[in-house]
Design a protein around this ligand. Structure first.
Ligand SMILES: Cc1cc2nc3c(=O)[nH]c(=O)nc-3n(C[C@H](O)[C@H](O)[C@H](O)COP(=O)(O)OP(=O)(O)OC[C@H]3O[C@@H](n4cnc5c(N)ncnc54)[C@H](O)[C@@H]3O)c2cc1C
Ligand code: FES
Length: 255
């Protein structure tokens, strides 16, 4: 069930210029959170930012009643959130949306830019089931692949950068291990990247789930500003997604 809660910020980590993470403690008991679900964050202190901002849940510790967010600074809202520090509070609506299925015995997780955020909780989910995922993280350069060391205990981490500053040079789909033997691909990141990953998965007959990042307002299926086209008509990314199985996403894939 969704709740609106004032979390306490217990840690803030800056990753280069563009990214930071917040470790947040629930005042009581944290609800169960599926990998791929997200929160709507209230942005206080900025007259220009009226709407909450959707942010994926990066990590969860149910015993400690904490969750963490990994945020890229792109505009007014995220710039304002970047001023928060340990001891401040943050108002969240959570848990929102439908997450990844967690299916497959040989999963490949592909993240680009801020889209790597939900993959840590997902990687931990597989590890808890005794499955070691392959995790392929991509970005334009080394500085745009934050928090990568966090993933190492939970899978085989591969990196590709457009400029070759870290890992393989090129797009994630050009990484030599992208074409390995997998039975499930889960991806989150820029739309062109996810479409390329999804088309390749389809051609190879591999199940694939994509986590869409459409612009959102209400985050609960009321305003219809986040709709995407599926084989079954228009769906709200915030309520019916953000994670969709590509078998229902032919129009999105080919659009
Ligand atoms: C389900 C979901 C999960 C997300 N998870 C993360 C995450 O874990 N980490 C992260 O850094 N970012 C994430 N995003 C993107 C994040 O919501 C936007 O970057 C943020 O809302 C931008 O706010 P802003 O005020 O800083 O930027 P603005 O000045 O409002 O806009 C800057 C850019 O962000 C886009 N944007 C603005 N508002 C939204 C919105 N409400 N929803 C989506 N995009 C928007 C705009 O199209 C523009 O390209 C996620 C988005 C969605 C839909
Ligand atoms: S954001 Fe309002 S319906 Fe999805």
């Amino acid at each position: 069930m969704k709740e609106i809660t004032e979390f306490s910020i217990i840690e803030r980590i800056q990753y280069g210029e563009h990214y930071f993470s917040l470790l947040l403690k629930h005042p009581g008991t944290l609800q169960h959170i599926e990998p791929g679900q997200f929160v709507e964050v209230a942005v206080r202190g900025s007259r220009d930012v009226m709407l909450r901002r959707p942010i994926s849940i990066h990590d969860v510790d149910e015993e400690a009643n904490t969750l963490s967010l990994l945020i890229q600074i792109v505009g007014n809202g995220t710039r304002q959130l970047a001023t928060l520090k340990a001891g401040d509070t943050l108002n969240l609506i959570y848990p929102l949306g439908r997450g990844f299925s967690g299916a497959g015995q040989h999963p490949l997780l592909v993240g680009g830019g801020a889209g790597i955020a939900p993959l840590l909780h997902l990687a931990k989910h597989y590890t808890a089931k005794g499955i070691r995922p392959t995790i392929l993280l991509g970005g334009r350069n080394e500085k745009l692949i934050p928090a990568r060391d966090m993933f190492k205990p939970y899978g085989d981490v591969l990196i590709s950068t457009d400029d070759g500053s870290l890992g393989e040079r090129g797009l994630v789909t050009q990484h030599p291990r992208f074409n390995g033997e997998y039975d499930q691909i889960c991806t989150c990141g820029p739309t062109p990247m996810m479409k390329a990953v999804a088309r390749s998965a389809k051609m190879r007959g591999i199940n694939c789930e994509v986590s869409l990042e459409n612009t959102m307002a209400c985050g609960i299926g009321a305003c219809l500003c986040c709709v995407t086209e599926t084989n079954d008509g228009h769906k709200c990314v915030c309520k019916d997604g953000p994670v969709f199985d590509i078998r229902g996403m032919e129009k999105w894939m080919n659009g």
